[in-house]
Design a protein around this ligand. Structure first.
Ligand code: SF4
Length: 253
């Protein structure tokens, strides 16, 4: 069920909560149905991203054009939070594309390994690293664009000048697309909730630090599929797990 379909449904089964529940059920079916299978990551990643893209398209009909464009990486300066399937998909992409990118002077692995982590081994987020160019930004272009996480897809601006001003410390508020932000939150939370209910690691992680782990430990994908949490040392705790669990349960029930 898309957001548009849930809005057209009877009142008791409509709106964002109905959309969350439908997404949650869909993700549970996939995660349970493909447990320990080789295509688990592909299936769940594709389901999440197809749902995000389809619903954003529905919800942004009639809105002004976005200011986001190829060559502008103004917003690619902050911590990117990602779920384990997203991290594992980016790791696959980096492994597959590293040689090709290196031949044109972009050393993806070196960029990644030399980038500062946002999360210390103690679990604390380093405040001095809160502005750091993403290692995947090359001449303003995201070199992992096809597999960029939902956090990146969900941030879309209507005003490039406001983005630049905000980055430079200006007080101006950036007019962002609410449909992008809302759909990202609903799809990502439903995915996390479904992973929690089916026995998978459901946290959010610092993308860069988690990728370093995934690339250094190719068994991370199998560990995740078996219910382990290979990225636990770089989990983000901006919102406590208890609070998130409470929210998921409230939305489901
Ligand atoms: S992954 Fe791509 S879109 Fe996301 S912050 Fe990095 S360069 Fe920007």
């Amino acid at each position: 069920m898309s957001i548009a379909e849930s809005a057209a449904a009877p009142a008791e089964s409509s709106g964002p909560v109905a959309f969350f529940k439908a997404q949650h059920q869909g993700f549970v079916a996939t995660l349970a149905g493909h447990k320990a299978q080789a295509d688990l990551i592909d299936r769940i990643w594709m389901q999440a991203f197809t749902s995000f893209e389809r619903n954003v398209e529905d919800q942004t009909l009639g809105l002004p054009a976005l200011a986001c464009r190829k060559g502008c990486g103004t917003c690619c300066q902050i911590l990117v939070a990602a779920t384990a399937p997203e991290v594992l998909m980016v790791a696959r992409y980096v492994r597959a594309m590293a040689t090709g990118f290196k031949s044109v002077g972009i050393d993806l692995v070196d960029r990644l390994t030399t980038a500062a982590d946002f999360v210390e081994p103690s679990g604390k987020v380093r405040p001095m690293a809160l502005v750091r160019e993403c290692p995947f930004l090359a001449e303003g272009i995201c070199v992992i664009y096809p597999v960029r996480p939902m956090a990146c897809r969900g941030h879309a601006s209507f005003n490039e000048d406001a983005c630049v001003s905000a980055l430079e410390g200006g007080a101006e508020e950036v007019p962002v697309s609410e449909p992008h932000r809302t759909v990202r939150a609903l799809v990502q939370n439903a995915l996390q909730s479904a992973m929690r209910d089916t026995g998978y690691a459901w946290g959010l992680y610092d993308l860069v630090a988690a990728l370093k782990i995934a690339l250094a430990h190719p068994e991370a994908e199998a560990e995740f599929a078996a219910g382990g949490d290979p990225f636990a040392p770089v989990a983000l705790d901006a919102v406590s797990r208890d609070e998130m669990e409470h929210t998921f349960d409230r939305l489901k029930n």
